[in-house]
Design a protein around this ligand. Structure first.
Ligand SMILES: [Cu+2]
Length: 285
């Protein structure tokens, strides 16, 4: 077999591969409806914030692609139009200090950054807007390696105290049904007060498109209204030690009456700062 023939077969195989790619992509994206809803774009109505977040993301990508395409076209055009031709000798004509051009390529990126900043800031302000009197306040504690949820429904307090996943009495670590479950009411405003008992964690519900750090001795807030009943995944998004990968939780959004019934099943009261890990005097290093 000649090398040319081999090359021909190689490119044919490549073509075949390229033809199969879209099919693979379709097969991969053909997962359950539940999984699909978490991906952008298309999770516009998970919470009252997801539409704004999703729009910012998609429009930033469109802007970035437009700038990228223009840059590539100009680059390729320069490469082709001003290539070295047969018979060319020496250096091409040297040009320097073109003031209008320098002003342009300083001002244009500055303008683009300002536009991105404007929309990011606008969306961030909108999403982080706190509600004066949320329907449910949930004080969430991250801890190595589990979660505590303190619910406060207009003064009625209930709590869930998580056990460390790897110490689960059933021994089934990382299994969905053994994970802590965070209950949320559909269509009601929820304020999360995020705390940590030990090291920095991060509260993340991927399908809600929001994530925020939990820092010892500092309180962060997230305010949102879940809009779709269903089960979602929650994770710790900050590498926080040996069992970080097991620091998972379920999020279940329920209609209000079912949410209230769930609250009634939980013990009354709260688990507060008294469970925080005490600072040690000796240097851990
Ligand atoms: Cu963590």
């Amino acid at each position: 077999m000649g090398s040319q023939e081999r090359a021909g077969r190689g490119s044919r195989n490549l073509l075949k591969g390229a033809a199969v790619l879209p099919l693979v992509a379709v097969a991969l994206s053909g997962c359950s409806e539940e999984a699909k809803r978490g991906w952008l774009p298309g999770s516009n109505d998970m919470t009252n914030n997801t539409e704004a977040l999703s729009n910012l993301w998609v429009h930033s990508w469109i802007a970035a692609l437009a700038v990228g395409l223009l840059t590539w076209v100009l680059l390729l055009w320069c490469l082709v139009a001003y290539r070295r031709r047969k018979g060319d000798v020496g250096y091409p004509r040297q040009i320097s200090y073109n003031l209008p051009l320098e002003i342009l390529y300083t001002a244009l990126p500055l303008f683009m950054i300002m536009v991105l900043f404007f929309f990011t800031d606008k969306t961030q302000r909108q999403v982080d807007q706190r509600v004066a009197d949320p329907d449910v306040k949930i004080k969430v504690y991250g801890k190595q390696w589990a979660w505590d949820f303190n619910y406060n429904v207009k003064g009625d307090k209930h709590y869930f105290q998580g056990t460390q996943a790897h110490l689960s009495p059933t021994g089934e670590t990382g299994v969905e049904k053994t994970l802590p479950t965070l209950y949320l009411p559909e269509g009601k405003s929820v304020e999360f007060e995020l705390q940590s008992r030990d090291v920095i964690h991060s509260f993340w519900i991927p399908q809600f498109l929001e994530k925020r750090d939990m820092i010892p001795g500092h309180t962060n807030f997230l305010t949102l209204t879940p809009q779709k009943a269903g089960t979602y995944q929650g994770k710790c998004a900050e590498l926080c030690g040996e069992y970080h990968s097991e620091m998972l939780f379920n999020v279940v959004v329920l209609p209000e009456d079912q949410f209230k019934a769930k609250m009634a099943e939980l013990p009354k009261g709260e688990v507060g700062d008294e469970y925080n890990r005490k600072p040690t005097t000796k240097n851990a290093n």
